[in-house]
Design a protein around this ligand. Structure first.
Ligand code: HEM
Length: 534
């Protein structure tokens, strides 16, 4: 699947050829085994010049919430309906695997949770998920506060320097800043390693970015040339990728060895009681090694850590990037958020308790995730034949899905569906406070916070799968509460001190996608000390 920036232009002749090929395939595939499912008549050229998920949205409005899309030599089923998403992700989850996504990620993550085969996944999920318990999150809140504090301190220093020369604002690429921050946090939270990327560069940091870059390249390139056995020796970027992987793997191997060698019974007892007070290393690695004993397989542990490093880094940075992008265009909402921070935290340092009271900030984070879901598409492949529901407006008998069918669940479409959201393209954090009635939508239970008592953030249960920022069912993100709390802390600490505005127009912030939605040239912003603090 190739997704590109909005500015790319395709030559006309190539576009015509692609149109013809696409139309031919569409005709051949109509009346195929997917039965009466509507077919998107879009041409392959629609896929150029803008990110794929934009085209999937246009076709969703035209063809409905379940349609078949023929492109290249393959057909995909595109799902934009909560009832169908619920079926695939939860009700019949084990009839599907990660398909193309697993092919792309396996060389990086090995048998980590995301690409793992079902047997490995079951075993590792049972071990890893308990690691994200409430006391771990509370310990992590301190890490989030400490790391965000360093980022803010950096900005303050830069601003002070600027003020000495008569300026009153600094300019910074906040996307890059959030990326460094999220990397430092995931390093400390998952394997107690201080990347220190907010303040310095290192070979390991470079290798992490190199690996992410390659993962993105692979998810946006048509021909999987890296599968040819010799490519890792012949193709320079593949040689570099292998070198980057080795740097990270060596680093992770060292951390695993160290965690095993320093295992102490007193720490084990504390962890068994979920007691994180005075525990020097609260990381997930410590938990995994201490709770499972020294016999846990090193290779598997490394795959687990690598998976969480990749899964938990860019995603969180992207949420913060888009939250700021949206707030900067809505100054009254930024002021409302700052008023809440002033009221709850003042100019002090946030605490785990105070974070729970920052309702509006939390809603901003989830609204950013609604408008810019990370990733915008969930990918599945049917392992066996299935019948999926027809969904809203679809065939009431449902649709037959043959084994091997590739499916995109478009979270972007679901989150911007006019059938489930009022003014879906508007940034309105308050929307989550108003439950939506469900009577007119058969099979969908509507929004109801009572379905998820105690949840700090709206989720897929409350929305009955209309809001899927972390997926749903057994393969749901294990790091959801970690990421939400991390984003809440970082946003709070930024807005506590600074007014933020975009340096250019919102349109100049071009959008590109790989695994996440990010900007083409960075999110360049101007930061000023808040007027009330100046
Ligand atoms: C899975 C989103 C942060 C670890 C997922 C999935 C989504 C997601 C949508 C489901 C994928 C699917 O069903 O195909 C996000 C977003 C994040 C975030 C938006 C940040 C805002 C994190 C963090 C970690 C993490 C911080 C780890 C510390 C994982 C893992 C899985 C996963 C291990 C695979 C779960 C499984 O298959 O059992 N994430 N994630 N994620 N995420 Fe996250």
């Amino acid at each position: 699947v190739r997704c590109q920036s909005t500015s790319t232009e395709e030559p006309k002749t190539r576009r015509n050829l692609l149109d013809n090929a696409s139309n031919l395939l569409t005709n051949l595939l109509s009346g195929g085994s997917l039965g009466s499912m509507p077919i998107a008549e879009g041409a392959v050229s629609d896929l150029f010049g803008k990110p794929l998920f934009f085209s999937l949205y246009d076709w969703f409005l035209e063809h409905g919430a379940v349609y078949k899309l023929a492109f290249g030599p393959k057909a995909f089923v595109v799902v934009s309906d909560p009832i169908v998403a619920r079926h695939i992700l939860r009700e019949n989850a084990f009839a599907y695997d990660k398909g193309v996504l697993a092919d792309i990620l396996e060389p990086i993550m090995g048998k980590g949770l995301i690409p793992a085969d079902l047997d490995t996944w079951k075993q590792r999920r049972r071990v890893i998920a308990p690691g994200f318990h409430a006391m771990y999150l509370e310990a992590m809140a301190k890490v989030f506060i400490q790391c965000s504090g360093k980022t803010i301190e950096n900005f303050e220093k830069l601003l002070e320097r600027e003020q000495k020369t008569g300026g009153n604002a600094i300019e910074s690429d906040l996307e890059a800043d959030f990326s460094s921050l999220a990397l430092d946090i995931i390093g400390l939270g998952v394997f107690n390693y201080d990347f220190g990327s907010v303040t310095k560069e290192s070979p390991v940091i470079k290798a992490v970015y190199g690996t992410l870059f390659e993962a993105e390249h692979r998810s946006t390139f048509y021909i999987p040339y890296w599968k040819f056995p010799l490519s890792k020796w012949i193709v320079p970027r593949q040689r570099k990728f292998q070198r980057d992987l080795k740097v990270i793997n060596d680093c992770l191997d060292g951390l695993i060895k160290n965690a095993k060698e320093t295992r102490q019974e007193t720490d084990v007892e504390k962890l068994q009681q979920r007691d994180y007070t005075n525990l020097k290393d609260a990381s997930l690695l410590r938990f995994l090694v201490d709770m499972r004993g020294a016999d846990v397989d090193d290779r598997q542990l490394r795959d687990d850590l690598m998976t969480m490093l990749i899964a938990g880094h860019e995603t969180t940075a992207a949420v913060l990037t888009w939250a700021v992008f949206l707030l900067a265009q809505n100054p009254t909402k930024m002021q409302k958020a700052q008023a809440e921070i002033d009221h709850v935290v003042g100019q002090g340092i946030p605490t785990f308790e105070s974070l729970k009271k920052l309702e509006y900030i939390r809603l901003i984070v989830v609204e950013a995730l609604r408008m810019y879901p990370q990733p915008p598409l969930l990918i599945r492949r049917a392992l066996q034949s299935d019948v999926i529901p027809g969904g809203y407006h679809g065939d009431e008998n449902g649709y037959a899905i043959p084994a091997g069918t590739d499916i995109f669940i478009s979270v972007y479409n679901l989150h911007r569906s006019p059938y489930f959201w009022d003014e879906p393209n508007e940034f309105k954090p308050e929307r989550f406070l108003v439950p939506k009635e469900s009577q007119d939508i058969k099979g969908w239970a509507g929004f109801d916070p009572a379905r998820s008592p105690g949840a700090m953030y709206p989720n897929e249960i409350i929305s009955d799968f209309a809001f899927l920022p972390f997926g749903g069912g057994p393969r749901k993100c294990v790091g959801d509460q970690f990421a939400l709390l991390e984003s809440t802390v970082a946003l709070t600490m930024l807005l506590q001190k600074f007014d933020v505005e975009l340096r250019g127009s919102p349109d100049s912030v071009e959008l590109v996608t790989g695994a996440t939605i990010h900007t083409k040239h960075g999110l360049w912003c101007r930061l000023r000390k808040r007027a009330s603090l100046a």
